[in-house]
Design a protein around this ligand. Structure first.
Ligand code: SAM
Length: 310
C-alpha cells in the first residue's frame, strides 16, 4: 500500500512524498490515537526536511505520548502479556553487553543509559553481579562519560586520570565469572566485593571506595525478598547523591501471580516493590520516577527507578 505524506519544513514549501507502508510505524500512524498532523516533528523526521529547531516540541510530544500510554488499554494489555510470557520464558537471560551476559531486559538497560548520561555519576554501586554483564555495562557508560568530559575539556578524548568506577557486590562470585570480568578491557574501572550486600563489613568496604565529592548511583539487583531489599535500601540508598538514582530491579514480581516465578523465595507481597513501598513510607528523600517505566512499558523495574530529590 502506498501512502502520501506531507512534510512542512521551517522555510521551504510543503513537500509531498510517497512511501510504501511496509513498516509498522506507518500503519500505527494511520490508526493512531492522535489526529494526524503534517507538521508533527515525529512525522517530519522521516524525510529529514525539518529546518526549525523543534527539540522542545519533540520532547513535549514524547511526554504527551507517555500520558496516552497510561490510558491505552490495548497497549497496556499487550505489554502485560509480553511481560508475563517473557518472564516465563526467561527472556532476560538472553543478552550480552560487550561480551558478558547481562541479566536484564534491553529496555531497562536503555533506561539506565539515559539515567547515567543525564545524571553523570562518578561511582555506580551494584548489588548482584551474576555473570558480570551489568558491571561491564556500567563501566562502559562511565568510560563514555570520562571520554566526553575529556573531549569537552579539550583533551582530545584522553580520559582524565581520576576515572569513574563501578563497585559490584555479590554473595557468590564464581571463579569463571570473576575471571571474565577481570580479563575484560574495562576491568580497570571495576571493583568486586564478595559477601552479603547487607553485611556491615561489605558496606564499609564499599564506603571506603567513595570520596565525599563523588556523585553516586546505586543499582539493587541481588536477592529479591522484601526483607533483603528493605535492608539494602536502608544501607545503600543514603549513599546516592541528590539528583541521582537508586534503581531497584524486579519490582515486577508484585505484578504477577507466584506461579510466574516458580521455586523462588520471593512472590507477590514479598519482593522489591513491597520493599520500595516500605522504604518510601520512611524516607521522603526519594521519589518514584514513574515516567521511566511508563514509557518503557516492558520493564522489570516499574516503580523501581527512585530519584533522590532531597
Ligand atoms: C539477578 S542476579 C544479578 C544480575 C546482574 N545484575 C545482571 O544484570 O547481570 C542476582 C545475583 O545476586 C546475588 N545475590 C543473591 N543474594 C545476595 C546477597 N544476599 N548479597 C549479595 N548478592 C546476592 C546472586 O549470587 C546473583 O549473582
Amino acid at each position: 500500500m502506498v501512502v502520501a505524506i506531507s512534510c512542512a519544513s521551517g522555510r521551504g514549501p510543503i513537500i509531498r512524498r510517497t512511501r510504501r507502508a511496509s513498516s509498522g510505524c506507518w500503519t500505527r500512524r494511520e490508526r493512531g490515537s492522535r489526529p494526524f498532523s503534517p507538521k508533527s516533528t515525529e512525522f517530519c523526521c522521516y524525510g529529514h526536511f525539518t529546518m526549525k529547531d523543534d527539540r522542545e516540541s519533540f520532547i513535549a510530544e514524547r511526554a504527551a505520548r507517555v500520558e496516552d500510554y497510561r490510558d491505552d488499554g490495548p497497549l497496556q494489555e499487550a505489554a502485560e502479556g509480553f511481560m508475563r510470557e517473557s518472564l516465563r520464558a526467561r527472556y532476560s537471560y538472553q543478552f550480552d553487553w560487550l561480551g558478558l551476559p547481562i541479566i536484564q531486559y534491553p529496555q531497562d538497560v536503555f533506561a539506565l543509559q539515559e539515567i547515567i548520561w543525564t545524571t553523570r555519576p562518578d561511582v555506580i554501586i551494584e548489588t548482584g553481579i551474576a555473570r558480570g554483564g551489568s558491571l561491564i555495562f556500567s563501566a562502559s557508560m562511565l568510560a563514555l562519560l570520562d571520554l566526553t568530559d575529556a573531549e569537552r575539556a579539550g583533551h582530545a578524548g584522553v580520559p582524565v586520570a581520576d576515572r569513574r568506577r563501578v563497585v559490584g557486590i555479590d554473595l557468590d562470585i564464581r571463579a569463571h565469572n570473576r575471571q571474565a570480568v577481570e580479563t575484560h578491557p574495562l576491568a580497570g574501572r571495576i571493583e568486586m566485593v564478595e559477601g552479603d550486600s547487607t553485611d556491615p563489613a561489605v558496606l564499609d568496604e564499599v564506603r571506603r571506595s567513595i570520596r565525599s565529592e563523588q556523585r553516586v548511583m546505586v543499582c539493587l539487583d541481588s536477592s529479591h525478598t522484601h526483607d533483603h531489599v528493605v535492608k539494602e535500601l536502608d544501607l545503600y540508598a543514603p549513599l546516592v547523591t541528590p539528583g541521582c538514582y537508586c534503581a531497584v530491579f524486579d519490582t515486577v514480581i508484585e505484578e504477577f501471580e507466584t506461579a510466574v516465578f516458580p521455586g523462588r523465595p520471593w512472590s507477590q507481597g514479598n519482593n522489591p516493590m513491597t520493599a520500595v513501598r516500605d522504604f518510601l513510607a520512611r524516607d521522603s528523600r526519594f521519589e518514584i520516577d514513574a515516567s521511566i517505566s511508563d514509557k518503557l512499558l516492558l520493564t522489570v523495574a516499574r516503580g523501581g527507578f527512585l530519584k533522590r530529590v532531597a
